[in-house]
Structure formats: C-alpha cells, structure tokens
Design a protein around this ligand. Structure first.
Ligand code: ADP
Length: 657
C-alpha cells in the first residue's frame, strides 16, 4: 500500500512506488526483465558453442550430438524472448492500474490535509497538477525505464562484457572506459530535458485554458457581450505557438541526446570489432565466438547508445519528478489533519470537544436521520461570537479584519453587507475554519473554535458559496452530497434510503424545483451537466436552487449564503433570498451580499467596512442612522424599482427556467 510520507523521494522510487502499490506484479515484471536479460547474455555463449560445434562438424564431417543441446537451448531462448514481452505487459498493466489509483488517492488525501492558504497558492496548484496530471503515464514509464536500465541493460552489458573478458581480459575494459563518460553526459542532459518539458507543459496549460474561454459554455454570454473573441484568440495563438515551439525544442533536445549516444556507441562498437579481427586471425578467438560477439556487439550498440542513453535520461527526468513529490509531501498540514485521518482510517469514534454538550438537536429528520445526526454530534448553537479578531493572509502585511467583533444568537437571520473587498468572504473563511491563524477569539457557545477538530468545525456550517459547485452527477447525488460523508451507496439500508429520498424531495419542494426535476427524463436520477448525451444542463437559477437544496440537506446549526445569487439580477436575487429566509425560518442563517435590497428582511445586519463593523442593527434602525448603510441603500434603490423590474423580468425568467 502506497502512503505519501514526508521524506526525500528519488529515482529509486521509480521502482519502490509501484512495488508499494502492487508488490507481486512489480516483482513479477522485474523477474521477467531479469530473466530476459540473462537469456540474452547466455545466448552469446550458446550461439558461439553452436557455431563452433557446427563448423567443427562440417570440417571433420562428424556430427556430434552435443550440438543439438546448444540448438535446443537457442530455441528456448528465442521462444522465451517472444512470450516474455507479453508476460511483462500483463504485470505492468496491473501495476499501472493499481499504482495510479493508490497514488492519486494519496495526493487527494494530502491536498485534503493541507492548510487552506496553500490551496489558494497558484504555485502549489501547478505543483499538484504536475504530479497528478500525467500520473498514469509517469508511473508506467518510470517503471519501464527503471527496469530497462537496471534489470535489462546493465545486467546485459555487464554479462556480455564479462563473457568478453573471459576470452580477452582487456577487451571489456576498453569498452567500459569508453562508456562511462556517456553515462555522466546522459544524466546531466536528462535534467535539461525535464525542465524543457516542464516549460512546454506550462504553455500547454495556458493555451488550453484560453481555448476553454473561447469555446466554453460558461463564458458564452460574456463572449458575445464583450466581443473579446479576437483578442483572446490572439493570446491563445501566441501561447499555442510558444507551446509548439517549446515542445519541439524539448523533443529536439531529447532526440539530440539519443542521437549523440547512438553515434558514440556506433563508433565504439566498430573500434571493438576492428580490435577483435586480429585476435580471431591469430586464433585467440574462435570463429564462433567472433561471430557471436560481433552479433551481440551490434545489439549492444542499440542498448548502450540508444536505449541506455534514453533510460539514463529518463532516470534523471524521474529524479526531477520525484523532487516534486518530495516538495509536495513536505507541504505543511493542518495540525488536526493526521489525527483525523488516523481516526477515520481506524474507524474510531474519537472523543470530541463537543461531547457531553450535544443535546440531540431534534431536526425535521426522522429516527434514521436522527441516529445519523447523533453520530455526527451536532451541538445546539446558543451563541457565536467574534471577539476582537484581527486577521491577515499568510505572507501579507495588511490586516483584513481589524479588532473585529460580532455576536450571533440562535435562530435569528443575520446579514453581512459591505462593498467589494470589505472582507466579507474573509470573514466566512475564518468562520468556517479555512484559516485558523488569527488574533482574538471566535467563540461557539463560549468555546474557542480553534479547540475544535476540523471535522467538528465543519459540522457547524452548511454553506452555499458564490462559486458553488455544479457536479456533473445525478440530481440525487447533487443534492444528497450535502449530507457530508453520509454513504448513500449500496451499503445504505432501505429504511435510511426512504428517509433520505423524502428529505431530498422536501428540500427540492421548498426550493420550488421538485416538479421540474420530476419532469426530467430520469427524474432525480437524471445526470446533470454536459458529460453524456443523456445528461441535462440546468439554467443558472436552477443550479442555484439545487445548490441551496444541497445546503438544506445538512442539519448544521448555521446556514451560510455567500452571494450564491450574485449571477442573478437584483430582483431575482431578492426573491430567492426572501424564499430562502422563509424556508430556513427557525435556523440561524448568515446572508452575505453587497446588494442591500436582498437582505433587508434579515433580523440583524452588520455593515463591514475596512475590516470592522461600522454599523449594525435592523434595516429600519440602520436607515434611521442616515449613515453609510442608508446612503448605500438609497444609491441601490433604483435597482429594485418597477421599471427596472420590467427590464429585468426577462433576464430573471431566463435564469430561473
Ligand atoms: P469581499 O468578500 O468583501 O469582497 P474579501 O474578503 O474577498 O472581500 O477580500 C478582502 C481583502 O482581502 C481584499 O483586499 C482581497 O484582495 C484580500 N484577499 C482575499 N483573499 C486573499 C488571499 N488569499 N491572499 C491575500 N489577500 C487576499
């Protein structure tokens, strides 16, 4: 089993990684390559003996039955070489499949355990893409080239050289002395080739992204509206040209290395053959040995010049790839990550901070769901408080929240408003535990949130973000994923399934999309998105409602809406917020928006400016202050007038249908 550990990964991991993932098959393919290499070496002796025996038989006109033994051995070697390739492929396919699965899972687990600020870092994203992007390809070829080098080429070269030295001791030393510089050269140039390919990959990523902007569905409206196709097209062309040029450069570098290796070894082989001729004439080598060695020397030209140079290059490239693994594995993880993963793996019911405080929050769910919720130990929310919180992003010297204080009580609807850049999303990131390095306190029922495990922290919130996910899965999965970690696969009992379905339909009804979803070809089993012919893509408004239904599936005590309706026009947004407020009447909710018309029904509004609360109270109270809120509200009022409503009616209709 492969486990990504904090250690130095190197070229040995080209073999060790597959071995950890599929030990039997890795040993199998290694044995297959070694036997093939030894068969090739043995072939030199067998052919020489057979030829000498045959020449002897012809010269003396006496047939020795011993020749037949060499002949049969020759046949066996040739047959093995034919079938061994296929045997090797069977093992390699098995290794690649299992390796890909296990390593991909480990990379995902690592990403899951990483500090959130690392996930926001584009360099880490690139590193992660480099590792996962061509994982299967790298795994396959790393093992192949490792075995080509260490299980085939080197044993074969050493074997043939040993046999050579058995006949004329200094001959193999000459060959060896000439080969060593080539190895050193190949190792160095391999690094350059990897870097060149890495550069090409960066261009490729950029032009692929620009291509998606030019052709993607998500950008269709803006593409037509802003008419930027020509400009982006030009950029795409530039990146594409650079990618092609860089790709050619990398390939040329790779080819140049191989060619140089082949040429040097060709010359080397010719020199050795020329040296062997006088030795044969003088009788130190028999005719059979000469022919056999010359034949294998020509084989060696390919092995040493072409295949070995490539393999050494590949090992050097893999060394660079492994450095990426070392860097990735060493990335810091959240303090509680290892603990929670271990607990998960062991299936432990770890004692939690919240234990003892849980009051079995009775939800709309039934007994089965209740049991599930109990396992999740959702604590009753009494009070949530930000007390003098100051926060800045890692690596930045600007405080985004400054001595920020705010208090929320159970069952009320709150809104956080402010202009773009005021710190609303940052506040949510702190609230949801994505960033845990802050000054001051965030208290849940009087307990500092940092003392909670990440899992506990996450159980407190159910969120719908501005860039909520659109899963290209079934409608059912899209909604039920909101139950967080609840398995609704084959292991699910019929009773629990019934409860889950009724809950899912309830959420869809509340959001007024049940009838529409039932009317789809396969009802709730219809696949959403654009992956299959059979799948259905939803409008922006419908996706939003599905995302909100997903949030309703979770009985978390706090419901967060971080401008999930920002893509809608103000009036549609306002309606959706009103509906949602109605649905979640007895739950504590936090609505985030920069449009004030949508949140005026909230019980309490916090106005954020420059990282702190500048005004707070109900809509009426804030209007009465005649301050920033009132000013903003009046400025935005035209967005909600009837004229505007008519104007936006068609847009709203298009978005919701
Ligand atoms: P809002 O949601 O109110 O529009 P944000 O919370 O997204 O505002 O951003 C507040 C400030 O924090 C902005 O100046 C933004 O540039 C900065 N910011 C947001 N994310 C990061 C980050 N990952 N690293 C550094 N600064 C950030």
């Amino acid at each position: 089993m492969f486990v990504l550990k904090k250690r130095k990964y190197n070229w040995l991991d080209m073999w060790l990684m597959p071995f950890r993932c599929a030990p039997v098959s890795t040993v199998g393919v290694t044995a297959q390559k070694l036997i093939t290499a030894l068969a090739n070496v043995f072939q030199v002796i067998v052919v020489a003996e057979f030829l000498d025996g045959a020449i002897q038989a012809v010269a003396s006109r006496h047939f020795d039955s011993g020749i037949m033994v060499w002949f049969v051995l020759m046949l066996l070697i040739v047959s093995w070489k034919r079938i061994s390739y296929h045997v090797g492929n069977l093992f390699t396919d098995h290794v690649t499949m299992h390796g890909n699965e296990q390593i991909a899972m480990e990379l995902t687990r690592k990403r899951d355990r990483m500090e959130y600020y690392l996930l926001e870092d584009p360099k880490i994203e690139e590193l992660s893409n480099r590792l996962s992007g061509k994982l299967e390809y790298n795994l396959h070829w790393n093992l192949q080239w490792f075995l080509n080098l260490f299980a085939i080429n080197i044993p074969r070269i050493v074997g043939v050289l040993l046999i050579m030295s058995g006949y004329v001791w200094w001959l193999s030393l000459v060959v060896l002395a000439l080969t060593v510089p080539l190895f050193i050269f190949s190792l160095k140039s391999g690094k350059k080739v990897y870097q060149a390919f890495e550069e090409a990959a960066a261009y490729e990523r950029r032009h692929k992204y620009l291509f998606s902007v030019l052709t993607g569905r998500e950008t269709t409206e803006e593409r037509s509206l802003f008419g930027y196709t020509g400009q982006v097209n030009e950029q795409w062309h530039q990146q594409f040209e650079c990618a092609v040029k860089q790709d050619i450069k990398s390939e040329m570098l790779f080819m140049g290395n191989s060619l140089r290796g082949t040429t040097i070894n060709g010359v080397l082989s010719a020199v050795v053959v020329l040296i062997m001729i006088p030795l044969t004439v003088s009788g130190r080598l028999t005719a059979g040995v000469f022919i056999s060695l010359v034949t294998s020397m020509y084989d060696l030209i390919d092995i040493m010049g072409n295949s070995t140079a490539k393999a050494v290059n590949r090992v050097a490239m893999a060394q660079e790839y492994m450095k990426d693994f070392t860097t990735f594995a060493a990335l810091p993880e959240r303090e509680d990550a290892t603990e929670s993963v271990d607990a998960d793996a062991a299936g432990n019911d770890r004692p939690t901070v919240m234990e003892g405080q849980v009051q079995g929050r009775e939800t709309a769910g039934t007994a089965a769901m209740g049991e599930y919720q109990k396992q999740r130990r959702i604590p009753e929310l009494k009070e949530l408080e930000f007390r003098h919180v100051t926060f800045r992003y890692p690596g930045s010297d600007v405080d985004i929240l400054k001595d920020f204080s705010m208090k929320l009580e159970n069952g009320r609807h709150y809104a956080i408003v402010g202009e773009n850049g005021a710190g609303k999303t940052t506040l949510i990131k702190l609230l949801t535990g994505l960033y845990r390095e802050y000054e001051g306190e965030i208290l849940y029922n009087g307990m500092e949130m940092r003392s909670f495990s990440r899992e506990e922290w996450f159980r407190i919130f159910s969120c719908v973000f501005q860039d909520f996910a659109r899963y290209y899965l079934s409608v059912e999965e899209n909604i039920c994923l909101g139950m967080g970690g609840m398995d609704f696969g084959e292991a699910e009992s019929p009773e629990r399934k019934r409860e889950r379905i009724s809950r899912m339909e309830g959420a869809a009804k509340q959001l007024d999309i049940h009838d529409y979803l039932c009317g789809l070809k396969h009802g709730y089993e219809t696949r959403l998105g654009k992956l299959d012919e059979d799948s259905v893509d939803l409008s922006g408004g419908q996706w939003q409602r599905v995302a909100m239904a997903r949030a309703l599936m979770n009985d978390a005590p706090l419901l967060l809406l971080d401008e999930p309706t920002a893509a809608l026009d103000p009036i549609s947004e306002s309606r959706l917020y009103e509906e949602f407020g109605e649905i979640s009447r007895n739950r504590t909710t936090i609505f985030i928006s920069h449009r004030l018309g949508s949140i005026r029904l909230a019980d309490h509004i916090f106005l954020l400016k420059d990282g702190c609360v500048r005004e707070q109270g109900s809509h009426e109270e804030l209007m009465g202050l005649h301050g920033i809120y009132a000013n903003m509200y009046e400025t935005q009022q035209s967005w909600y007038t009837e004229d505007k409503a008519e104007e936006t009616e068609s847009i709203a209709a298009a978005a919701m249908v």
